[in-house]
Design a protein around this ligand. Structure first.
Ligand SMILES: [Ca+2]
Ligand SMILES: [Ca+2]
Length: 409
């Protein structure tokens, strides 16, 4: 019950914020009408349409009754939504990692090696997205989770790589047969799109830059999952790279976002039709690829074939904006960094900050996967959670531009 009150804001926003967190981040009248026209969001449409009538006829008694009915339906729906998930707040000995230099500007993505070394991609800048350190370039931090009081340190990057324009986004590690560790980083230098491949040199705490990949099929990359030393799947959250066309694409709800497979020999679109493909990861047995469609509130399970093509197996519908996906290697559970209220991410107000939410999905291939909320906060501790990675019952939660959190499960 305490949880319900603590997170009342999140619960209410799951209903009232539906139109705002869904297709469009900024809900002007025109956008609301667009959403109303989208029949797949009938319930949102009902709320928007009702609200418009109410605003136009504020003094009418009938309107008051309609408004009451809408609010009751919304609360009922919100509680129904909450009931369908079991809520287990982690016995979270929360430690904010702000004393670790570099993490105060957010860690959009986190990937952890089997030996407990965690990599953080920090300092993401996107047009329209708030930043607490707009002039500082991004970087890659590392933390050893085997230590009792782990602290993050910034990895040195080899000469020749343009550090001033480094703007890292999604990351993925790959361990080759000869135990070489590669770090793949989505980069947005000057808001362009590249994938950088580094070799991790543990003794020197450094990254050796090997390769920059640019390709016309990688116009708006969000996250990647490495499947070879120069091979990966990447999500494009938009079809276009131009900011205006991206906005139009979202506004018109075109479903043109996709997943691309890249190798030195072949580059191809392997899945398409997403509203905005975001986080991507692979099952421990390497048979399935998971893709988060952030605007559709869905996680797609895709079967991977020997020719690297993907076919859709199932779609799990959730009730929040799903960002990056991490896999617990021991159980195969998926940990999802989520945004319960997308609008607040883009219209940043320190007095009304974005919330955080982490979901765990167990048995995603079964008929009834279990979805558990393992962490939720209204923004008082953690704002804009984008990733949650687990290692040996330790949970690291990263955010788009706020700090990071270390919890024990
Ligand atoms: Ca990632
Ligand atoms: Ca992401």
């Amino acid at each position: 019950m305490l949880f319900v009150f603590d997170n009342l804001e999140i619960i209410l926003e799951k209903s009232f914020g539906e139109v705002l967190k869904g297709k469009i981040g900024f809900c002007g009248l025109k956008e609301c009408v667009m959403i109303w026209l989208n029949l797949s969001h009938f319930y949102s449409s009902f709320l928007v349409f009702g609200s418009i009538i109410c605003l136009q006829n504020l003094h009418s008694e009938t309107t008051g009754k309609v408004l009451c009915l809408i609010i009751c339906c919304a609360v009922w729906s919100a509680l129904k939504t909450i009931n369908k998930q079991s809520i287990v707040i982690v016995a979270c000995s929360e430690t904010t990692l702000e004393d670790s230099a570099g993490l105060e500007a957010g860690a959009d993505d986190i990937d952890i090696l089997p030996n407990g070394l965690a990599f953080f991609s920090v300092g993401l800048k996107c047009p329209g997205l708030h930043s607490f350190s707009p002039d500082k370039p991004g970087g890659i931090l590392m933390m050893d989770l085997k230590e009792e009081n782990p602290r993050a340190l910034e990895l040195r990057i080899s000469r020749g790589f343009n550090l001033a324009s480094f703007n890292p986004h999604g990351i993925s590690t790959f361990i080759d047969r000869d135990d070489t560790v590669y770090l793949f980083v989505v980069n947005h230098p000057e808001f362009k799109n590249t994938v950088e491949i580094f070799k991790f040199e543990e003794e020197e705490n450094s990254l050796l830059h090997l390769k920059t990949i640019k390709h016309e099929l990688l116009p708006s990359v969000n996250d990647i999952i490495a499947v070879g030393p120069a091979h990966f799947y990447a999500t494009n959250d938009h079809y276009f790279s131009d900011p205006f066309l991206k906005y139009l694409e979202t506004y018109l709800n075109l479903h043109w976002a996709n997943v691309v497979y890249y190798s030195p020999d072949e580059v191809k679109v392997v899945a398409e039709g997403f509203d905005a493909a975001n986080g991507i990861n692979i099952s421990p047995d390497k048979k399935y690829i998971y893709v988060a469609d952030i605007l559709a509130h869905e996680i797609h399970v895709l079967e991977k074939h020997p020719n690297m093509n993907l076919t859709q197996l199932k779609v799990l519908k959730l009730d929040t904006l799903v960002d990056n996906l991490s896999i617990d290697p021991s159980s195969g559970d998926i940990f999802v960094g989520c945004h319960p209220n997308g609008q607040k991410l883009f219209v940043y107000d320190p007095n009304n900050p974005p919330s955080s939410e982490v979901l765990r999905i167990q048995n995603i291939l079964s008929e009834k996967p279990t979805v558990t909320t393992v962490y939720a906060n209204n923004g008082s501790v953690l704002q804009g959670s984008s990733v949650a990675s687990v290692y040996d019952r330790k949970l690291l939660i990263g955010t788009l531009y706020h700090r990071a959190l270390y919890c024990e499960l």
